[in-house]
Design a protein around this ligand. Structure first.
Ligand code: DI6
Ligand code: FE
Length: 399
Protein backbone atom coordinates (compact mmCIF):
# COMPACT_ATOMS: atom_id res chain seq x y z
CA UNK A 1 0.00 0.00 0.00
CA UNK A 2 1.36 3.40 -1.02
CA UNK A 3 1.73 6.19 1.52
CA UNK A 4 3.64 9.46 1.70
CA UNK A 5 5.24 8.92 5.09
CA UNK A 6 5.32 6.14 7.64
CA UNK A 7 6.37 6.55 11.27
CA UNK A 8 7.51 3.31 12.88
CA UNK A 9 8.63 2.39 16.39
CA UNK A 10 6.16 4.92 17.78
CA UNK A 11 3.93 5.07 20.82
CA UNK A 12 0.56 6.70 20.22
CA UNK A 13 -1.84 8.54 22.49
CA UNK A 14 -4.60 8.62 19.88
CA UNK A 15 -7.22 10.27 22.15
CA UNK A 16 -9.69 7.92 20.51
CA UNK A 17 -11.10 5.48 23.04
CA UNK A 18 -10.60 5.14 26.79
CA UNK A 19 -7.34 5.80 28.67
CA UNK A 20 -6.08 8.22 26.00
CA UNK A 21 -6.34 5.50 23.36
CA UNK A 22 -2.76 4.47 24.01
CA UNK A 23 -1.10 2.11 21.55
CA UNK A 24 2.45 0.99 22.26
CA UNK A 25 4.52 -0.51 19.41
CA UNK A 26 2.57 1.49 16.89
CA UNK A 27 2.83 2.76 13.35
CA UNK A 28 1.30 5.84 11.77
CA UNK A 29 0.97 6.38 8.03
CA UNK A 30 -0.17 9.44 6.10
CA UNK A 31 -1.11 10.03 2.49
CA UNK A 32 -2.19 13.27 0.89
CA UNK A 33 -2.35 15.17 4.19
CA UNK A 34 -4.55 12.53 5.86
CA UNK A 35 -3.87 9.79 8.36
CA UNK A 36 -4.38 6.45 6.62
CA UNK A 37 -3.30 4.25 9.52
CA UNK A 38 -2.72 4.81 13.24
CA UNK A 39 -2.54 1.57 15.16
CA UNK A 40 -0.50 -1.44 16.26
CA UNK A 41 2.52 -1.99 14.04
CA UNK A 42 1.73 -5.71 13.98
CA UNK A 43 -1.67 -5.08 12.34
CA UNK A 44 -0.50 -2.44 9.86
CA UNK A 45 -0.98 -3.07 6.16
CA UNK A 46 2.24 -3.61 4.25
CA UNK A 47 3.15 -0.03 3.36
CA UNK A 48 5.47 1.15 0.59
CA UNK A 49 6.18 4.61 1.99
CA UNK A 50 7.92 7.34 0.07
CA UNK A 51 9.63 8.17 3.36
CA UNK A 52 9.99 6.09 6.50
CA UNK A 53 10.81 7.63 9.89
CA UNK A 54 11.97 5.73 12.96
CA UNK A 55 10.37 7.35 16.03
CA UNK A 56 12.80 5.55 18.37
CA UNK A 57 10.00 4.96 20.86
CA UNK A 58 8.86 8.57 21.01
CA UNK A 59 5.22 9.41 21.67
CA UNK A 60 2.86 10.87 19.07
CA UNK A 61 -0.25 12.82 20.07
CA UNK A 62 -2.71 14.73 17.93
CA UNK A 63 -1.50 18.26 17.19
CA UNK A 64 -2.51 20.57 20.03
CA UNK A 65 -5.54 22.79 19.55
CA UNK A 66 -5.68 26.17 21.31
CA UNK A 67 -9.40 26.82 21.11
CA UNK A 68 -9.62 30.25 22.82
CA UNK A 69 -7.16 33.06 22.14
CA UNK A 70 -7.08 36.81 21.63
CA UNK A 71 -3.74 36.41 19.87
CA UNK A 72 -4.16 39.47 17.65
CA UNK A 73 -3.99 42.84 19.38
CA UNK A 74 -2.01 46.04 19.41
CA UNK A 75 0.32 46.92 22.27
CA UNK A 76 0.59 45.21 25.64
CA UNK A 77 -0.53 45.87 29.18
CA UNK A 78 2.69 45.35 31.13
CA UNK A 79 2.21 48.72 32.78
CA UNK A 80 -1.25 47.74 34.03
CA UNK A 81 0.30 44.58 35.41
CA UNK A 82 2.69 46.76 37.42
CA UNK A 83 -0.23 48.85 38.67
CA UNK A 84 -2.03 45.69 39.75
CA UNK A 85 1.11 44.58 41.60
CA UNK A 86 0.89 47.87 43.49
CA UNK A 87 -2.68 47.08 44.50
CA UNK A 88 -4.91 48.53 41.76
CA UNK A 89 -7.76 46.27 40.68
CA UNK A 90 -8.63 45.24 37.11
CA UNK A 91 -11.93 47.13 37.43
CA UNK A 92 -10.23 50.32 38.72
CA UNK A 93 -7.79 50.27 35.83
CA UNK A 94 -10.63 49.71 33.36
CA UNK A 95 -12.66 52.59 34.84
CA UNK A 96 -9.62 54.87 34.48
CA UNK A 97 -9.62 54.21 30.73
CA UNK A 98 -7.22 51.26 30.78
CA UNK A 99 -8.11 47.63 30.35
CA UNK A 100 -9.76 46.41 27.16
CA UNK A 101 -10.17 50.00 25.93
CA UNK A 102 -6.43 50.68 26.14
CA UNK A 103 -5.84 47.64 23.93
CA UNK A 104 -8.65 48.86 21.68
CA UNK A 105 -6.80 52.15 21.13
CA UNK A 106 -3.53 50.37 20.32
CA UNK A 107 -5.33 47.95 18.00
CA UNK A 108 -7.20 50.69 16.14
CA UNK A 109 -3.87 52.47 15.61
CA UNK A 110 -2.25 49.36 14.11
CA UNK A 111 -2.26 48.42 10.43
CA UNK A 112 -3.11 44.88 9.33
CA UNK A 113 0.61 44.32 8.72
CA UNK A 114 1.39 45.55 12.26
CA UNK A 115 -1.20 43.19 13.73
CA UNK A 116 0.26 40.24 11.82
CA UNK A 117 3.84 41.13 12.74
CA UNK A 118 3.14 41.50 16.45
CA UNK A 119 1.13 38.26 16.53
CA UNK A 120 3.92 36.18 14.95
CA UNK A 121 6.03 35.66 18.09
CA UNK A 122 2.94 34.62 20.06
CA UNK A 123 1.74 32.25 17.35
CA UNK A 124 5.24 30.86 16.90
CA UNK A 125 5.42 30.13 20.63
CA UNK A 126 2.22 28.05 20.36
CA UNK A 127 3.51 26.26 17.25
CA UNK A 128 6.81 25.51 18.99
CA UNK A 129 4.84 23.54 21.61
CA UNK A 130 2.97 21.46 19.08
CA UNK A 131 -0.10 23.55 18.30
CA UNK A 132 -1.53 22.82 14.85
CA UNK A 133 -4.86 24.65 15.19
CA UNK A 134 -5.37 28.00 16.92
CA UNK A 135 -8.56 29.96 17.39
CA UNK A 136 -8.21 33.74 17.16
CA UNK A 137 -10.87 36.22 18.25
CA UNK A 138 -11.47 39.79 17.26
CA UNK A 139 -12.77 42.07 20.02
CA UNK A 140 -10.20 44.85 20.34
CA UNK A 141 -11.45 46.89 17.41
CA UNK A 142 -15.03 47.45 18.54
CA UNK A 143 -15.83 49.07 15.20
CA UNK A 144 -16.32 47.38 11.84
CA UNK A 145 -13.12 48.70 10.30
CA UNK A 146 -10.84 47.37 13.03
CA UNK A 147 -12.75 44.18 13.87
CA UNK A 148 -12.57 43.20 10.20
CA UNK A 149 -8.88 44.15 10.10
CA UNK A 150 -8.19 41.88 13.09
CA UNK A 151 -9.98 38.96 11.43
CA UNK A 152 -8.18 39.52 8.13
CA UNK A 153 -4.89 39.55 10.02
CA UNK A 154 -5.91 36.27 11.68
CA UNK A 155 -6.76 34.67 8.32
CA UNK A 156 -3.42 35.93 6.98
CA UNK A 157 -1.54 34.19 9.81
CA UNK A 158 -2.99 30.90 8.62
CA UNK A 159 -1.71 31.54 5.10
CA UNK A 160 1.88 32.20 6.12
CA UNK A 161 2.38 29.78 9.01
CA UNK A 162 1.92 25.99 9.03
CA UNK A 163 -1.12 26.10 11.31
CA UNK A 164 -4.91 26.14 10.93
CA UNK A 165 -6.57 29.32 12.18
CA UNK A 166 -10.21 29.38 13.31
CA UNK A 167 -11.56 32.92 13.53
CA UNK A 168 -14.21 34.19 15.95
CA UNK A 169 -16.00 37.52 15.78
CA UNK A 170 -16.13 39.04 19.30
CA UNK A 171 -17.57 42.47 18.54
CA UNK A 172 -19.48 42.30 21.83
CA UNK A 173 -16.33 42.22 23.96
CA UNK A 174 -16.62 45.69 25.51
CA UNK A 175 -18.52 48.90 24.93
CA UNK A 176 -16.59 51.25 22.62
CA UNK A 177 -16.40 54.96 23.61
CA UNK A 178 -18.64 55.87 20.65
CA UNK A 179 -21.51 54.07 22.39
CA UNK A 180 -20.73 54.99 26.02
CA UNK A 181 -23.93 54.64 28.02
CA UNK A 182 -25.74 52.98 25.11
CA UNK A 183 -24.94 49.26 25.14
CA UNK A 184 -28.20 48.43 23.37
CA UNK A 185 -27.28 50.88 20.61
CA UNK A 186 -23.94 49.12 20.16
CA UNK A 187 -25.68 45.73 20.00
CA UNK A 188 -28.03 47.20 17.34
CA UNK A 189 -24.96 48.29 15.39
CA UNK A 190 -23.30 44.86 15.68
CA UNK A 191 -26.45 43.05 14.60
CA UNK A 192 -27.40 45.32 11.73
CA UNK A 193 -23.98 46.41 10.39
CA UNK A 194 -20.89 44.72 11.75
CA UNK A 195 -21.93 41.07 11.75
CA UNK A 196 -23.58 41.14 8.29
CA UNK A 197 -20.44 42.71 6.77
CA UNK A 198 -18.12 40.29 8.53
CA UNK A 199 -20.24 37.31 7.52
CA UNK A 200 -20.46 38.53 3.90
CA UNK A 201 -16.66 38.68 3.70
CA UNK A 202 -16.37 35.20 5.22
CA UNK A 203 -14.15 36.53 7.99
CA UNK A 204 -15.61 34.62 10.94
CA UNK A 205 -16.01 30.92 11.64
CA UNK A 206 -17.96 31.60 14.85
CA UNK A 207 -19.42 34.40 16.96
CA UNK A 208 -18.63 35.05 20.63
CA UNK A 209 -19.67 37.62 23.26
CA UNK A 210 -18.63 38.65 26.78
CA UNK A 211 -21.68 38.05 28.97
CA UNK A 212 -20.77 39.64 32.28
CA UNK A 213 -21.66 42.37 34.75
CA UNK A 214 -18.89 44.48 33.20
CA UNK A 215 -19.72 43.15 29.71
CA UNK A 216 -23.10 42.50 28.08
CA UNK A 217 -26.35 41.22 29.57
CA UNK A 218 -27.89 37.86 28.70
CA UNK A 219 -30.60 39.68 26.71
CA UNK A 220 -27.97 41.53 24.68
CA UNK A 221 -26.00 38.32 24.25
CA UNK A 222 -29.09 36.57 22.94
CA UNK A 223 -29.54 39.23 20.26
CA UNK A 224 -25.98 38.55 19.10
CA UNK A 225 -26.69 34.80 19.05
CA UNK A 226 -29.86 35.26 17.00
CA UNK A 227 -27.97 37.37 14.49
CA UNK A 228 -25.24 34.72 14.29
CA UNK A 229 -27.85 32.05 13.58
CA UNK A 230 -29.28 34.22 10.81
CA UNK A 231 -25.84 34.12 9.20
CA UNK A 232 -25.40 30.39 9.83
CA UNK A 233 -22.51 30.95 12.20
CA UNK A 234 -22.04 28.83 15.34
CA UNK A 235 -21.78 30.61 18.69
CA UNK A 236 -19.58 30.49 21.78
CA UNK A 237 -19.64 32.54 24.95
CA UNK A 238 -17.41 34.07 27.61
CA UNK A 239 -19.65 33.03 30.50
CA UNK A 240 -19.60 33.03 34.28
CA UNK A 241 -16.02 34.34 34.53
CA UNK A 242 -16.54 36.93 37.25
CA UNK A 243 -20.19 36.35 38.25
CA UNK A 244 -23.09 34.04 37.49
CA UNK A 245 -25.18 35.62 34.73
CA UNK A 246 -26.59 32.22 33.63
CA UNK A 247 -24.77 32.76 30.36
CA UNK A 248 -23.74 29.12 29.96
CA UNK A 249 -27.39 27.97 30.04
CA UNK A 250 -28.24 30.65 27.47
CA UNK A 251 -25.35 29.48 25.31
CA UNK A 252 -26.51 25.88 25.63
CA UNK A 253 -30.04 26.85 24.56
CA UNK A 254 -28.41 28.26 21.42
CA UNK A 255 -26.42 25.05 20.78
CA UNK A 256 -23.17 26.87 21.49
CA UNK A 257 -19.98 25.03 20.59
CA UNK A 258 -18.51 26.08 23.93
CA UNK A 259 -18.98 28.19 27.01
CA UNK A 260 -15.69 29.51 28.31
CA UNK A 261 -14.19 30.46 31.72
CA UNK A 262 -17.12 29.17 33.90
CA UNK A 263 -15.69 29.83 37.37
CA UNK A 264 -19.17 30.87 38.58
CA UNK A 265 -21.14 28.21 36.69
CA UNK A 266 -24.01 26.64 38.68
CA UNK A 267 -25.66 23.20 38.57
CA UNK A 268 -28.39 24.32 36.18
CA UNK A 269 -25.74 25.63 33.80
CA UNK A 270 -23.86 22.34 33.97
CA UNK A 271 -27.06 20.40 33.21
CA UNK A 272 -27.90 22.66 30.27
CA UNK A 273 -24.40 22.23 28.82
CA UNK A 274 -24.58 18.47 29.22
CA UNK A 275 -27.89 18.41 27.38
CA UNK A 276 -26.68 20.45 24.41
CA UNK A 277 -23.18 18.94 24.21
CA UNK A 278 -21.62 22.37 24.73
CA UNK A 279 -17.92 22.10 25.61
CA UNK A 280 -16.68 23.68 28.86
CA UNK A 281 -13.53 25.56 27.88
CA UNK A 282 -11.51 26.31 31.00
CA UNK A 283 -8.87 29.02 31.01
CA UNK A 284 -6.52 28.49 33.96
CA UNK A 285 -4.10 31.15 32.70
CA UNK A 286 -6.65 33.89 33.35
CA UNK A 287 -7.58 32.33 36.72
CA UNK A 288 -3.90 32.35 37.69
CA UNK A 289 -3.02 35.79 36.34
CA UNK A 290 -6.06 37.42 37.99
CA UNK A 291 -5.37 35.50 41.23
CA UNK A 292 -8.93 34.19 41.22
CA UNK A 293 -9.89 31.81 43.96
CA UNK A 294 -13.24 30.41 42.83
CA UNK A 295 -12.62 27.35 40.69
CA UNK A 296 -14.97 26.11 37.95
CA UNK A 297 -17.26 23.29 39.20
CA UNK A 298 -15.05 20.48 37.89
CA UNK A 299 -16.74 17.66 39.82
CA UNK A 300 -20.16 18.64 38.51
CA UNK A 301 -18.89 18.96 34.92
CA UNK A 302 -17.26 15.57 35.23
CA UNK A 303 -20.35 13.94 36.71
CA UNK A 304 -22.51 15.33 33.90
CA UNK A 305 -20.00 14.21 31.22
CA UNK A 306 -19.57 17.72 29.87
CA UNK A 307 -16.48 17.67 27.61
CA UNK A 308 -13.75 19.85 29.11
CA UNK A 309 -11.32 21.80 26.94
CA UNK A 310 -8.33 23.88 28.08
CA UNK A 311 -6.98 26.94 26.27
CA UNK A 312 -4.47 29.75 26.78
CA UNK A 313 -6.95 32.67 26.48
CA UNK A 314 -3.80 34.44 25.23
CA UNK A 315 -4.66 38.14 25.73
CA UNK A 316 -2.76 41.19 26.95
CA UNK A 317 -4.97 41.93 29.97
CA UNK A 318 -5.82 38.77 31.87
CA UNK A 319 -3.76 35.94 30.38
CA UNK A 320 -0.56 36.89 28.56
CA UNK A 321 0.13 33.20 28.09
CA UNK A 322 1.44 31.42 25.01
CA UNK A 323 2.13 27.92 26.34
CA UNK A 324 -0.37 25.10 25.84
CA UNK A 325 1.93 22.87 27.89
CA UNK A 326 1.75 25.24 30.86
CA UNK A 327 -2.02 25.42 30.40
CA UNK A 328 -2.17 21.67 30.97
CA UNK A 329 0.01 21.96 34.06
CA UNK A 330 -2.22 24.74 35.39
CA UNK A 331 -5.33 22.70 34.57
CA UNK A 332 -3.95 19.96 36.79
CA UNK A 333 -2.48 22.04 39.62
CA UNK A 334 -5.06 24.84 39.83
CA UNK A 335 -8.23 23.00 38.74
CA UNK A 336 -7.24 19.46 39.84
CA UNK A 337 -7.89 17.98 36.42
CA UNK A 338 -6.41 14.55 35.73
CA UNK A 339 -3.60 14.05 33.22
CA UNK A 340 -6.13 12.42 30.93
CA UNK A 341 -8.52 15.37 31.18
CA UNK A 342 -5.70 17.83 30.49
CA UNK A 343 -4.55 15.99 27.37
CA UNK A 344 -8.08 15.56 26.05
CA UNK A 345 -8.61 19.24 26.85
CA UNK A 346 -5.99 20.42 24.37
CA UNK A 347 -6.79 17.84 21.69
CA UNK A 348 -10.16 16.15 21.13
CA UNK A 349 -12.26 18.41 23.34
CA UNK A 350 -10.60 21.57 22.04
CA UNK A 351 -11.38 20.35 18.51
CA UNK A 352 -15.00 19.88 19.61
CA UNK A 353 -15.04 23.44 20.98
CA UNK A 354 -14.27 24.58 17.43
CA UNK A 355 -16.76 22.21 15.77
CA UNK A 356 -13.83 20.45 14.08
CA UNK A 357 -13.67 17.07 15.81
CA UNK A 358 -14.58 15.32 12.54
CA UNK A 359 -11.31 16.62 11.07
CA UNK A 360 -8.78 16.91 13.90
CA UNK A 361 -8.25 16.13 17.58
CA UNK A 362 -7.49 12.39 17.44
CA UNK A 363 -5.09 10.11 15.61
CA UNK A 364 -7.47 8.10 13.45
CA UNK A 365 -7.56 7.06 9.81
CA UNK A 366 -9.39 9.69 7.79
CA UNK A 367 -8.45 12.64 10.01
CA UNK A 368 -6.07 15.34 8.95
CA UNK A 369 -2.40 14.55 9.47
CA UNK A 370 -1.87 17.03 12.31
CA UNK A 371 0.25 15.66 15.11
CA UNK A 372 3.09 16.23 17.54
CA UNK A 373 6.01 13.92 18.31
CA UNK A 374 7.41 14.17 21.83
CA UNK A 375 10.67 13.05 23.44
CA UNK A 376 9.03 11.74 26.60
CA UNK A 377 8.71 8.41 28.38
CA UNK A 378 5.03 8.77 29.29
CA UNK A 379 2.21 11.16 28.36
CA UNK A 380 1.96 12.50 31.94
CA UNK A 381 5.26 14.32 31.37
CA UNK A 382 3.45 16.75 29.06
CA UNK A 383 1.34 17.87 32.01
CA UNK A 384 3.89 17.50 34.80
CA UNK A 385 6.75 19.72 33.70
CA UNK A 386 6.74 23.51 33.96
CA UNK A 387 8.53 25.60 31.35
CA UNK A 388 10.09 22.65 29.55
CA UNK A 389 9.29 21.76 25.97
CA UNK A 390 9.92 18.17 24.86
CA UNK A 391 8.54 18.64 21.33
CA UNK A 392 10.67 16.64 18.88
CA UNK A 393 8.75 17.30 15.65
CA UNK A 394 5.39 18.54 14.48
CA UNK A 395 3.36 17.64 11.42
CA UNK A 396 0.63 19.91 10.11
CA UNK A 397 -1.58 18.92 7.20
CA UNK A 398 0.85 16.14 6.36
CA UNK A 399 3.79 18.57 6.10
N1 DI6 B 1 -12.45 37.90 29.48
C1 DI6 B 1 -11.14 38.01 29.67
O1 DI6 B 1 -10.52 37.50 30.55
C2 DI6 B 1 -10.58 38.82 28.60
N2 DI6 B 1 -11.73 39.10 27.81
C3 DI6 B 1 -12.77 38.56 28.37
O2 DI6 B 1 -13.89 38.68 27.88
C4 DI6 B 1 -9.94 40.08 29.08
C5 DI6 B 1 -9.42 40.86 27.93
C6 DI6 B 1 -8.59 42.03 28.35
O3 DI6 B 1 -8.49 42.42 29.52
O4 DI6 B 1 -7.96 42.59 27.43
FE1 FE C 1 -11.15 35.32 26.37
Amino acid sequence: MQCDRLWTNARLATMAGPALGIIEKAALAIEGGRIVYAGPAADAPRFAPRESIDCEGRWITPGLVDCHTHLIHGGDRAHEFELRLQGASYEEIARAGGGILSTMRATRAATEADLVATAFPRLDALIAEGATTVEVKSGYGLNLLTEARMLRAARHLGQVRPVSIATTFLGAHALPPEYAGDADGYIDHIVSHMLPAIAAEGLADAVDAFCEGIGFTPAQTERIFNAAHAHDLPVKLHAEQLSNQHGAALAARHQALSADHLEHLDEAGVAAMAQSGTVATLLPGAFYFMRETKRPPIAALRAAHVPIALATDCNPGTSPLTSPLLVMNMGATLFRLTVEECLLGVTLNAARALGRSGEIGTLEAGKRADFAIWSIERPAELVYRMGFNPLHARVWNGL
